[in-house]
Design a protein around this ligand. Structure first.
Ligand code: PMP
Length: 383
């Protein structure tokens, strides 16, 4: 029986062995509430502080205090969008997003419309790159603009520095969802001009259920949940000390290994793209060069993405179709529609996101499995 090949690291990353080792060092029975002043509590505070430093270092943030820990990217995005818009609404009631943001950015922004905010979606080109001219939609009334660092479905990296310049020229704040980009390409909130930045613990090689939000010192944000004063009052509730400490170590290791690991994954990605785009009526989606090093995404005409996922699974390969968070709905991906695909074209997508367990030797088997799958599905399709 051939070994399975896992190609869905954007949906769930296995915990990095170095992170697992670090987590095991946590003393058994460790029980310190960081809000207390006795030794156990101080140790917990210290563990969180170290994690703040490590996460801050990964994204070039000068002050560790500018990092707050959350339960994941979805919560960070909610605080960034809702919390910033509601806190600053006296300055204006408009929010601007790229048309291909993740639903955890899109939905909080849509929800703000019920409170009288005006939402504008800025179009992208056929590669998924934001239309910088259309960013003229940002006006002095725009309290928050959100453009992700890179897209999870098509891998395209956005020109964040240019976006930041435009947003700041108009006096606005820029939030960047870096869930898929952090740890894979260099990010520097100072160089890039980012005011708020979302991170996911799992996407750095840490555990699920923990994330972070960078908030530039001086930027005013109100909490989404209300309760105790933890995380500067922005994320009340007893901290997930263990998860936070493990996320910190994941951030440190991801930063350390990024140059070498990105080069390694980029080489596999390029072979995969070369092999799969040779299949008849198979096309790369997203940008051919400005794309995440671990990300290869395709579309095949006259096929359903869900059947590709099931058929590839039977051949021992785990791939994604659409965004894992929405693929069960069978709706066409808003990302693929935004890059100009028709509804039927937007259904036949396959996404391969690479990680530590992948190597170049797997490429021929993946390409052959894809070819066989596409051929078989086309033979039986009613489309
Ligand atoms: N933002 C982006 C860009 C994502 O790709 C994802 C999911 N992988 C999220 C936010 C949400 O992450 P989570 O489900 O961990 O909250």
């Amino acid at each position: 029986m051939e070994q399975r090949i896992y190609l869905d690291h954007a949906a769930a990353m296995p915990v990095h062995p170095g992170v697992a080792r670090f987590c095991r060092q946590f003393p058994e029975g460790f029980a310190g509430n960081p809000s207390t002043l006795y030794q156990e509590g101080l140790e917990a505070q210290e563990a969180i502080f170290r994690a703040r430093e490590k996460v801050a270092a990964l994204i070039g943030a000068n002050a560790p205090d500018s990092i707050i820990f959350t339960s994941g990217a979805t919560e960070s995005n909610n605080i960034a969008i809702r919390g910033t818009a509601l806190r600053n609404q006296r300055a204006g009631k408009a929010v601007v997003l790229s048309a291909i943001e993740h639903i955890s950015v899109l939905n909080p922004a849509k929800d703000l419309q019920k409170s009288g905010f005006v939402l504008t979606l800025v179009p992208v080109d056929r590669y998924g790159t934001i239309d910088l001219d259309a960013l003229g939609a940002v006006t002095p009334e725009t309290v928050v603009t959100s453009v992700h660092y890179a897209n999870n479905e098509i891998g395209t990296i956005e020109p964040i520095r240019e976006v930041a310049e435009i947003v700041h020229d108009r006096g606005g704040l820029l939030h960047v969802d870096a869930t898929d980009a952090a740890g894979r390409i260099p990010i520097d909130v100072e160089r890039d001009g980012i005011d708020l930045l979302t991170l996911s613990g799992n996407q750095l090689g840490g555990p699920d259920g923990v994330g972070a939000l960078y908030i530039r010192p001086g930027v005013r944000v109100q909490p989404v949940l209300v309760g105790g004063g933890q995380e500067r009052g922005l994320r009340p509730g007893t901290e997930n000390v263990f998860g936070i400490a493990c996320m910190g170590e994941a951030a440190r290791l991801a930063g350390e290994e990024m140059p070498e690991e990105s080069r390694r994954l980029r080489a596999i990605r390029d072979r995969l793209i070369a092999g799969i785009t040779e299949i008849e009526e198979a096309y790369l989606t997203g940008h051919p060069t400005e794309r995440l090093p671990h990300h290869a995404s395709f579309r095949f005409s006259r096929i359903e993405g869900e059947s590709i996922q099931l058929a590839m699974n039977m051949l021992g390969i785990a791939v994604a179709t659409g965004s894992a968070c929405t693929s069960r709905t069978l709706e066409a991906s808003h990302v693929l529609l935004a890059i100009g695909l028709a509804h039927d074209e937007a259904h036949g997508s396959m996404i391969a996101t690479l990680g530590r367990g992948n190597n170049v030797d797997q490429v021929p088997r993946i390409v052959e499995a894809t070819r066989e799958t596409v051929k078989r599905l086309r033979a039986i399709t009613p489309l």
